[in-house]
Design a protein around this ligand. Structure first.
Ligand code: ATP
Ligand code: MG
Length: 407
């Protein structure tokens, strides 16, 4: 079978492949890009597999980044684009359910595909578009099946993360997990505890934002993986995922972005956790501080909205990003956001720096030599009055306001 490599990601990568082939090595597009091309799904990166060893790759290309030469992976920068190039390899024994004890470079594509996780991820194609499909990946694409390459139990015992990957590819593609692969996960699910949470999080995030999440969210429970995930041994976790699926469905149907802070905020909301517990859970999942603060802000915004407490002052205090994300979420759920939008768009100021008088001006006006808490408090009263439309952002008006406030 031949693939049409007209897509710009492939055409841009052609010279990289040609360089390798011209030097006498084999080179193939592999994994996700081949799968996504066959599915006519958007392609976001190109992975290349080659018979060239890492040092041979480095000798051919002037600009490379060594991201794991001992495992055979080099990033080549070509016309400002990064390409991950991996030497054909097999993996030695796995004694920790995570990483092979050793890898061995081989010169043959077929052997390399044996170490890949699922049949649909184990296809390759050459420069001319010829497809190499040693494990029935194309048939599984047509059947909509996630099937382990080789014996599923053995593959999950080698690397337990693959169990989470099965669930996330199901959510991304709307596929079913093939029966033997599924029962192997059910039997081995506890092994997921051997995997670093950072790696699980990457798959969990992709699972949650998958285009078919609302169809496949149950897989986390049915495979038994859910109880081993931080914060999900909670008896309401299954229901929380079901509720999240309902939240996300209209967003997916409307082809809307599902930013991770919003998705986690909704999920934590359904788990019924207070702010402290939300923070703890996000930390346990090793989310970044930025991600945590964006998520908590969204939780707070949505709670305030549901209590009918949103007003100019509260909307003003949220970041634009949070307001934007929450309003588009509420809108797609049929909430009338018109008034909120009007308030937000007509806020007299966007931040404290826009007030025409700053702390220094206030001190000068009050003939004070030193600042202190009183200036902070006064400034906040001024800010609040301006935001609520009770005070004009003009020097004279502010001075008058201060005179009255002091009386
Ligand atoms: P995505 O489009 O979501 O990035 P992908 O298929 O490119 O999907 P990656 O996680 O980027 O997924 O992995 C690239 C390829 O490497 C996979 O297609 C698969 O062939 C192989 N692979 C990645 N992780 C594993 C693993 N844990 N075990 C075996 N093979 C893996
Ligand atoms: Mg990828």
């Amino acid at each position: 079978m031949w693939l049409d490599l007209k897509n710009k990601y492939f055409t841009q990568a052609m010279p990289v492949m040609s360089e390798l082939v011209d030097k006498g090595f084999e080179a193939y597009f592999v994994g996700g890009c081949v799968r996504d091309l066959l599915l006519d799904d958007p392609i976001h990166d190109i992975d290349i597999a080659t018979s060239a060893r890492p040092e041979e790759i480095q000798a051919i290309f002037p600009s490379t980044i060594d991201v794991g030469a001992e495992h055979g992976t080099i990033i080549v920068l070509y016309q400002q684009q990064p390409y991950e190039i991996t030497t054909f390899r097999t993996e030695g024994k796995y004694s920790d359910y995570r990483r092979p004890d050793s890898v061995e470079f081989v010169r043959d594509l077929k052997e390399d595909t044996l170490r890949r996780d699922f049949t649909i991820n184990a296809m390759a194609c050459d420069l001319d578009g010829k497809l190499y499909d040693y494990h029935g990946g194309f048939a599984d694409l047509e059947l909509g099946l996630i099937r382990a390459v080789g014996d599923p139990s053995a593959r999950f015992q080698e690397d337990a993360l693959r169990m989470m990957r099965a669930v996330r590819f199901a959510s991304k593609l709307g596929f079913k997990i093939e029966r033997a692969t599924f029962s192997a996960i059910q039997s081995l699910s506890e092994l997921i505890t051997k995997i670093a949470i950072e790696r699980i999080r990457i798959e969990m995030d992709k699972f949650l934002i998958g285009d078919y999440f609302f169809k496949t969210y149950l897989s986390l429970q049915e495979t038994g993986l859910i109880v081993y995930l931080p914060g999900f041994s909670n008896p309401v976790a299954g229901q929380a995922l079901a509720d999240l699926a309902q939240d996300l469905k209209p967003m997916i149907e409307n082809d809307m972005d599902r930013p991770l802070p919003l998705v986690w905020a909704l999920l934590l909301g359904h788990l019924g956790l207070d702010t402290g517990a939300c923070k703890k859970m996000l930390r346990a999942w090793t989310h970044s501080n930025q991600m945590i603060s964006e998520t908590l802000e969204i939780i707070e915004f949505l709670q305030e909205e549901s209590r009918g407490q949103l007003n100019a002052w509260s909307i003003y205090q949220y970041s634009d990003l949070t307001v934007e994300r929450c309003l588009s979420y509420l809108q797609v759920h049929g909430v009338d956001t018109h008034d909120y939008l009007t308030i937000w768009q007509n806020l007299p100021i966007k931040n404290r720096q826009e007030i025409v008088m700053d702390g220094r001006c206030l001190m000068a006006y009050l003939q004070m030599d030193q600042g202190g808490p009183i200036i902070g408090r006064l400034l906040q009263q001024v800010e609040k009055a301006i935001v609520q439309g009770e005070l004009m952002n003009q020097e004279e008006a502010i001075k008058e306001f201060i005179d009255q406030y002091q009386d």
